[in-house]
Design a protein around this ligand. Structure first.
Ligand code: SF4
Ligand code: SF4
Length: 330
């Protein structure tokens, strides 16, 4: 296999795609933290109403209790100001998932950013991205850069997981109480009793989740992820990570980089049903573009949609001797 600048560009494209994804994740994390501060979205338990895009968002329960509006008006308000926005956002999310899969998870979700960050640190500390992997991964990146496993990385991994948990707990509290009051109390070291209980309990629970069950939460416990997966599975033409199975022998030169980089611990060279929780992060695709950068036929993994997605599924589902081994390649 000869090196070819055009082929090497494929590896660069994979790196650029991951850079863009990381940018999107950082931007959404900032939005997640800043939204309550700028009253873009929050519910104020003290004032008894929500804020949306800087405007007070009243349903009118107070007016109904005081007899200023009738049953018809309050029912209309509940429908228009609660159900319609929630169902609208849900429908948009499901529509995107139906067409392109769990893009929200892989490209935006602030929880998935934590999953990936802690996975990477744990890999360095432990040789495995999760405590529940049964063996160590090869100590190298897809581009061949060696990774040195070293237990001292625990000194970074555990404090960072706890710091993430603390930030999450504080931010979640600002979605319920006036953000300036929460931050001012914290800076003065004097949160109210209830604020202290919320932040402490949130930090403990989230620390345990981030350290022990982060990708398992995404796979098995997150309702937002589950409904996106169900919508995606309902569309046979949806975008999916496709595998050039007829060139499977080329994987012999590789160390199964695609399996090792997957933050959800999936094996990307398999049928869609076994990829139910794929987040479309495309790390497997980028890894394949890197490891196969000198392959004249190009990478074996790539995103496919429409007819190509249907054909990929037909090929991947076709039974032949060795199918089970393919599904379990590692
Ligand atoms: S299979 Fe690929 S695209 Fe899906 S979650 Fe794993 S690495 Fe990301
Ligand atoms: S699909 Fe690509 S990354 Fe995965 S084992 Fe084959 S060559 Fe390697």
């Amino acid at each position: 296999m000869n090196a070819d600048p055009q082929r090497t560009d494929t590896a660069k494209r994979g790196a650029v795609r991951q850079d863009l994804r990381h940018l999107a994740q950082v931007a959404f994390f900032v939005l997640f933290v800043a939204a309550p501060v700028f009253d873009l979205l929050r519910y104020d338990l003290v004032a008894g109403h929500a804020w949306f895009l800087g405007m007070e968002w009243h349903v009118g329960f107070d007016d109904y209790s005081a007899g200023r509006i009738g049953l018809g008006e309050i029912t209309g308000n509940v429908l228009l100001r609660i159900f319609v926005p929630i169902l609208g956002v849900g429908a948009a999310l499901l529509l995107v998932a139906w067409r392109w899969g769990r893009l929200y998870c892989g490209w935006l979700c602030p929880h998935f950013s934590v999953v990936e960050t802690i996975n990477r640190l744990m890999l360095r500390a432990l040789g495995k991205p999760s405590l529940w992997d049964d063996r160590r991964l090869p100590p190298r990146e897809p581009d061949g850069t060696p990774i040195r496993f070293d237990r001292r990385w625990w000194l970074v991994t555990v404090p960072l997981a706890v710091a993430f948990a603390f930030v999450w707990a504080v931010v979640l509290l600002t979605y319920l109480l006036p953000p300036f009051e929460v931050y001012a109390n914290l800076l003065a070291g004097s949160p109210t009793r209830n604020q202290a209980i919320f932040i402490t309990a949130g930090t403990v629970v989230l620390s345990l989740e981030f350290l022990f069950a982060r990708h398992l939460f995404c796979r098995f416990a997150c309702a937002v992820g589950l409904f996106q997966s169900l919508a995606w599975m309902g569309n046979r033409s949806a975008m999916v990570v496709g595998f050039a199975r007829e060139r499977g022998a080329d994987c012999g030169d590789c160390y199964a980089a695609c399996n090792h980089v997957c933050p959800m611990r999936l094996k990307p060279r398999t049928v869609k049903q076994l990829m139910f929780t794929c987040t479309q992060c495309a790390q497997c695709v980028s890894a394949c573009e890197t490891t196969q950068r000198d392959n004249p036929s190009g990478p074996l993994l790539q995103w496919v949609g429409q007819e190509a997605a249907r054909q990929n599924e037909a090929v991947m589902s076709a039974r032949r001797p060795g199918w089970q081994e393919d599904a379990a390649w590692n």
